[in-house]
Design a protein. Structure first.
Length: 297
């Protein structure tokens, strides 16, 4: 997600009260398991879920439903502030309504969930490495143990360990998740942090300028990316990607659905096969065709 610099709220713990990470929540919100069918997969370092914090949940549903064909399962009286996002009938993420939190600053954004073997030990490591804790650790029914943290560059993410295992590492469904990418002003500091936390191996991507882009690998799998950038108006953040057949026609519909285009497709950037867009509440997501023209999968 691309977060424009607009002043950081004190903590996001109050927001995650909507996800039962705050003792002040009036009731415990029910969230679905990471995968409806229990799995033996416990791939550490995989991004397994994405939650949208938004002050405009209805606008978000119209936006993402119109662009990607996502459908939504509202929580009803049992879980009034949380909506499950479905892709082809399968849960892939959630929408948390932040309006009841009465935040002075718009904190609408996507939060990427990272699979770790032990959430409590991972939180200790985050703090040792210079990160901070925003919420938890706490057990959520069906979901498992979860904590909300910021890394040493202040990028927000969730740490999760699920009793039902991880969803498949699937990157071929149009409208599904393709990739997760850290935008950071200090790639060396970020790489040091995630090497220690997750055991990633950082591989420099040779198609970019030296030091501009790294692939994060673990157990022989490429699991995420790290992009170096210098824009002061963009806060360090983890940005989720959605796989699309062609970003251009979707970008043409963004504004009519209430969103805005942050970076339009540009032939000079990844062959014009990628764009960054924001939903009606300002939360950003990247859309990309994969593989790009002329590149085999």
């Amino acid at each position: 997600m691309v977060i424009l610099s607009r002043g950081r709220p004190a903590k996001l713990l109050a927001i995650f009260g909507a996800l039962a990470l705050s003792s002040c929540a009036p009731r415990q919100t029910i969230v679905p398991p990471l995968t409806p069918t229990p799995s033996d997969s416990r791939q550490i370092g995989q991004f397994v879920w994405y939650d949208l914090l938004t002050n405009d949940p209805e606008g978000a549903k119209r936006f993402y439903g119109g662009l990607f064909g996502w459908t939504f399962d509202d929580g009803g009286e049992e879980s009034p502030v949380f909506t499950t996002i479905l892709h082809n009938g399968r849960p892939i993420g959630g929408i948390a309504d932040t309006r009841e939190m009465r935040m002075e600053v718009n904190t609408s954004q996507w939060v990427s969930n990272l699979s770790v073997p032990d959430v409590d030990l991972a939180v200790e490591e985050v703090l040792r490495l210079g990160g901070t804790l925003d919420g938890g650790p706490q057990d959520l029914p069906h979901r498992g143990r979860i904590a909300i943290v910021r890394d040493n560059q202040n990028a927000l993410l969730a740490l999760v360990n699920s009793p039902t295992g991880n969803p498949p590492l699937e990157r071929t469904e149009v409208g599904g998740w393709l990739w997760t990418e850290l935008w950071t002003r200090d790639p060396e500091a970020s790489l040091e942090f995630y090497r220690a936390l997750i055991g990633y191996e950082a591989v420099e991507y040779e198609a970019r300028n030296p030091g501009d882009y790294y692939l994060l690998e673990r157990d022989g799998l490429t699991l995420a990316g790290v992009l170096a950038y210098g824009l002061e108006v963009v806060e360090p953040n983890w940005l989720p990607y959605v796989l699309v057949e062609d970003p251009a026609p979707l970008v043409a519909r963004v504004e009519e659905l209430g969103g805005r285009v942050i970076f339009a497709p540009d032939p000079e950037i990844r062959g014009g096969d990628v764009a960054v867009i924001a939903d009606p509440s300002g939360a950003a997501v990247t859309i990309q065709k994969w593989p790009p023209e002329g590149l085999d999968r």
